[in-house]
Every structure is written in structure tokens, then in C-alpha cells.
Design a protein around this ligand. Structure first.
Ligand SMILES: *Cc1c(COP(=O)(O)O)cnc(C)c1O
Length: 243
């Protein structure tokens, strides 16, 4: 199937899942996860109506950004962000989904102050407790969010998580429930300068489940572009070198 057909299918599935949970199809934002996808195929997806690109690696994103500069799309950074790559991330990213520690927030703030602007961010939460995934532990998330909220340059717009990789739907659902509950708690607490507009959760294998559990932003690659050759381990290194 073509990218256009794939995208139409995904959008239909999103719409169905949204309606099932009493939401409107347009309430769900689709981020096209474009890691390993070349610019020609990305252009095809843009032409078919995709309007947000999510990239995982800074170098790869910058290269594509140069080539796709004239396209009217929003760029999201969804991969692990090393503090020494902050300056480069800010060259293209309209939103960063993966803020998960204070030193990173501090570095972003420092750089954004120099550029005299602010940035929309999501706080990444590790709801699956897998070593190979980044994100703050759910128990520590609120404390981190309160600290990040002190930086005027960072607009916390919501939360992001990657569900557990398993065929066990109950376990996947549990991850999403944890993120939704955390979101609700934050809303109830009413933390100054913190908005919970977006719950970024759900990928090719679990986006319908995620939407049922409250996601309003999904990040989908494989279902749109087909299987990748590069193993995900390259994009999600298991060693946490940069904490
Ligand atoms: C690759 C990736 C996705 C999309 O994964 P698919 O299974 O291909 O849909 C979503 N989120 C993040 C953070 C990713 O790295």
C-alpha cells in the first residue's frame, strides 16, 4: 500500500477510536514518526496531509529539516535528548516530547533565554519501568514538573510515554492508565504555568488502546511508512549515559 493509503487508514482508525471514547476525530493529533524515513517519502506523507513530523536523532533531524525547510509542517523532537545537543534541537523543534530531567530543562532554559523565546515541551514519563526507556519515574514526575515550571522559557503542555513492548494488552493499557492518572492529578493540583493539553502516547502497535485510555496525541511510524531496517535499539539505547 502507498503512504497515502496507509495514512488514510491510520486516520480512519484514529477517528474510530476517538468516537468510541466520546471524542471527535480532530481532537487527536497525529505525529508522523519519521526516523529512518528519507525525505522523498516524508514529502509524500506531507502531500497526503500529514502535518507534524517527529524525529528521534538530532543529526538526522537537522539534515532532513534543511531539505524540507519549505514544507509547512511542525517539527517535534520525540527521541532522547542529550544536554549537549540542546542548541541543535532548538534549530528545528517546535515541541520536545522528551524532557525527563532537571539538567536538561536547565540547559534548555539557558539557551532559550539567549534566544529570547519560549518552547512547548512535554515531560516524558517511564510508565513501563523498562531500563531501556528514558523518562522520569511516575512517582517522581510531579516533583520534577514543579521544578521545571519555574523556568519561564519552558511551557509544559502535557506528558509523553512509551508503552510497554508486549502482546499483553492489559500491561500496555496499564502504562497508559498510569499516564492518564498522573495527568488528572496534575490538573487537580493546578500547578502554576503547567498545562495538560496533550497526552502523547500510542504508536503503531498500540495507538487505538492509547486513545481509549485518553491519548490525544499519537506518534506513528511503521503503520504509515512500513517497517524500518534500523533496529529500535539504535534509537533507544539501553545505557543511560547522559543522566
Ligand atoms: C519510533 C517511535 C514511534 C513510532 O513507532 P512505530 O511503532 O513505528 O509507530 C513513536 N514514538 C517514539 C518515541 C519513537 O521513537
Amino acid at each position: 500500500m502507498s503512504i497515502k493509503e496507509n495514512l488514510e487508514n491510520v486516520k480512519q482508525n484514529i477517528a474510530n477510536a476517538a468516537i468510541k471514547t466520546g471524542k471527535k476525530p480532530e481532537d487527536i493529533t497525529l505525529v508522523m514518526a519519521t526516523k529512518t524515513v528519507d525525505v522523498d517519502r516524508i514529502r509524500e506523507a506531507i502531500k497526503a496531509g500529514g502535518n507534524i513530523i517527529g524525529e528521534n536523532k538530532i543529526q538526522e533531524a537537522l539534515k532532513k529539516y534543511q531539505e524540507l525547510k519549505d514544507e509547512k509542517v511542525e517539527w517535534h523532537f520525540i527521541g532522547h535528548l542529550q544536554t549537549n545537543k540542546v542548541k541543535d534541537a532548538l534549530k528545528f523543534a517546535h515541541m520536545i516530547h522528551s524532557v525527563d530531567r532537571l539538567p536538561l530543562a536547565e540547559k534548555l532554559d539557558h539557551r532559550l533565554m539567549q534566544e529570547v523565546r519560549s518552547l512547548d515541551i512535554l515531560v516524558q514519563v517511564n510508565t513501563s519501568h523498562e531500563e531501556s526507556k528514558y523518562g522520569i519515574e511516575p512517582e517522581k514526575a510531579i516533583s520534577l514538573i514543579k521544578q521545571i515550571a519555574k523556568y519561564d522559557t519552558l511551557n509544559i503542555r502535557g506528558l509523553m510515554t512509551i508503552g510497554l513492548f508486549t502482546k499483553d494488552e492489559v500491561k500496555i493499557r496499564k502504562c497508559f492508565k498510569v499516564l492518564k492518572a498522573l495527568c488528572d492529578t496534575i490538573v487537580t493540583e493546578g500547578i502554576d504555568r503547567v498545562q495538560m493539553d496533550y497526552l502523547s502516547m500510542g504508536m503503531t502497535n498500540d495507538y487505538q488502546i492509547a486513545i481509549e485510555e485518553g491519548a490525544n496525541m499519537v506518534r506513528i511510524g511503521t503503520a504509515i511508512f512500513g517497517a524500518r531496517n534500523t533496529p529500535d535499539a539504535y534509537y533507544w539505547p539501553s545505557e543511560k549515559k547522559d543522566q
